[in-house]
Design a protein around this ligand. Structure first.
Ligand code: CA
Length: 574
């Protein structure tokens, strides 16, 4: 066996508390190297005259990526403490792997050889709000969803959809528009809205915050927003707001004060000003997001700034009863601030959801003390590569997603925020070259996958558009121009997800077969199993897999031994 490939550490995604009683333990080996992996374990204090008392239990192969196999076991130590090691066997050898290295014979004279999970302290468990794993989100870019009140339109507002979206044009979308169209969301079946920023700002995207405690007047007033949240809640829809705490907008009052009063400004420690006079060209001489002079980085180490931002975090929950925060550029803000942020948010609403915008390995933020989830862009990239651009086959797709799921604990995967596109990417239909069959498969994948999925407004009725600003077109409300078939496809998937909890994270996820364009995977729990079979290619594909006879078709078409182009079937065990 390749010992160098064998890996475990007693923390993060490799050993963690799943709930008050249960530990999850994982081991990585070289792909195909081991035939059998066994956990050797015991309570560290359980000694008799025969020595340390240990047990063994077989681990299961939970997935494989390009290079590695991952083994898994769920265990409930009676005293919530564990010392453990691994016996790894194949036909040539048997090894014991411990924290101190490899042994041919397991050493039992001292527990110090073994990996240690010292104590399962309930307070340290990663706990996301329980409602999130059943939630299907709908992302609204408020300026472009619906104009329900022309009296708040900003100067120069254009007639709805009369032009292509531009970085600086306005169409007058607002909260009243969302209220007017709540039926559309209820009919679709979504249970959460993620709003891109609604706070006072200059641009149409509102990421350039001027005042974090005020609503942008073009969206309506605070009463209208209160009413909107109430109507959402009455319809079983949660509300998540977007905040930029990494940096402020250029017209944020404290920054304007700094520009005016330089080193005499009482706000000079609110930012990272490196020298005076302040310079914006050619590159700003203060810290910003990227090198963007209009996005000065906030000094979240300054207690005054903290106090202000934490007040913001609490205010919108206390006054308006919102259910979650999506945090822009979350990875560039200090961890210490996020820990305080979590405490502040959860103190006013214990089941509020905290979602960070992070595009890379996010384990550091997902230990239970900061975020509940991050935006799962690795998922986005893999499904788009597999279905939209067809640049990877089913095997590579399964390997990539296995690698992503193995990066995090299971309780983290259950609330991962899965998306196909957003206001920052090209519309998914455009990425599919306007092929609606591909789009249907993408939604099938996302809505039967582990995590909490998000639909970008308008995708459900077949809207297209390239990268920003193209992806920010006005919502199409003319029913004759909406793709009703697509809407019904997504609606059906949402109702299946609601009816069968294994699809909404009450179960495991396992790839069964992945060859060429054909993928088969299972969502299952102890009493339910659903198989999803699909062909991501434009040709008829033969496959060797037989759907067992005790499975009935829930959605899609019946297929035996071949699948039509972009064909799929969802089957449930009777
Ligand atoms: Ca308006």
């Amino acid at each position: 066996m390749i010992k160098e490939a064998i890996y475990h550490r007693p923390g993060n995604n490799y050993a963690y508390a799943y709930d008050e009683k249960t530990l999850h333990i994982r081991l990585r080996t070289k792909k195909g190297d081991a035939d059998k992996v066994t956990l050797i374990y015991g309570d560290p204090y359980d000694w008799t005259e025969d020595g340390w008392q240990t047990s063994t239990a077989p681990m299961t192969l939970s997935g494989s990526d390009e290079w590695f196999d991952y083994y898994f076991i769920e265990i409930q130590p009676p005293h919530r403490r564990l010392r453990y090691g691994f016996e790894i066997a194949n036909k040539d050898e048997v090894l014991t792997y411990t924290e101190k290295g490899f042994y041919e014979e397991a050493p039992f004279d001292d527990t110090a050889y073994y990996f240690c999970f010292p104590f399962l302290n309930a307070i340290d468990i990663f706990r996301a709000p329980s409602w999130v794993k059943d939630t299907v989100w709908y992302q609204i870019f408020p300026e472009r969803f619906a104009n329900g009140d022309i009296s708040n339109d900003p100067l120069g507002t254009l007639p709805w959809a009369s032009e292509e979206p531009k970085p600086n044009n306005f169409f007058g979308g607002d909260f009243q528009g969302v209220i007017d169209h709540i039926d559309h969301l209820v009919k679709l079946g979504v249970t959460g809205i993620y709003f891109t920023p609604i706070f006072k700002a200059k641009s149409n995207h509102k990421y350039d915050t001027i005042d974090y405690l005020e609503i942008d007047p073009q969206f309506g007033d605070k009463d209208t927003f209160k009413k909107l949240v109430k109507i959402c809640h009455e319809n079983g829809i949660k509300v998540m707001l977007d905040a930029v705490f990494n940096h402020s907008g250029f017209f944020f009052e404290p920054f304007q004060d700094v520009l005016k009063n330089e080193e005499h400004s009482r706000f000079k420690n609110w930012f990272h000003l490196n020298e005076f006079p302040i310079q914006t060209e050619p590159r700003p001489n203060y810290d910003t997001f990227a090198f963007e002079k209009s996005m000065p980085k906030l000094n979240t180490e300054n207690p005054e700034v903290r106090e202000y931002l934490l007040k913001v975090a609490r205010y919108w929950i206390e006054e308006f009863n919102v259910d979650g925060w999506r945090l822009d550029v979350a990875n560039e803000v200090d961890h210490s601030f996020w820990r305080e942020f979590r405490t502040a948010v959860k103190s006013v609403k214990p089941d509020a959801y905290i979602l960070g915008e992070i595009w890379h390995d996010s384990m550091n933020w997902l230990q239970g003390d900061q975020f509940d989830a991050v935006m799962n862009y690795p998922f986005t990239n893999a499904v788009l590569d597999f279905v939209a651009t067809e640049s990877i086959d089913a095997k590579v797709f399964a390997e990539k997603l296995t690698a992503v799921m193995q990066m995090y604990p299971e309780n983290v995967n259950e609330v991962a925020f899965n998306l196909l596109g957003s206001h920052d990417t090209a519309r998914v239909l455009t990425l599919c070259d306007d092929n609606k069959d591909k789009l249907k498969l993408l939604y099938l994948l996302m809505l039967t996958f582990k995590g909490t999925p998000c639909i970008y407004y308008g995708d459900e009725i077949g809207m297209s558009g390239g990268r920003d600003p193209g992806c920010r077109k006005c919502m199409e409300w003319d029913e004759s121009k909406q793709d009703i078939e697509l809407f019904e496809h997504i609606q059906t998937l949402l109702s299946l997800r609601k009816k069968h909890k294994v699809l909404a994270n009450e179960g495991e996820m396992r790839f069964i077969s992945a060859e060429g364009k054909v993928l088969l995977y299972e969502r299952s729990s102890y009493d339910e199993s659903i198989l999803i079979l699909l062909n991501a290619g434009g040709k008829v594909e033969k496959h060797l897999f037989t759907i067992p006879e005790d499975y009935e078709l829930l959605f899609g078409q019946e297929h035996s031994h071949s699948l039509p182009p972009y064909g799929f079937g969802v089957y449930r065990k009777r």
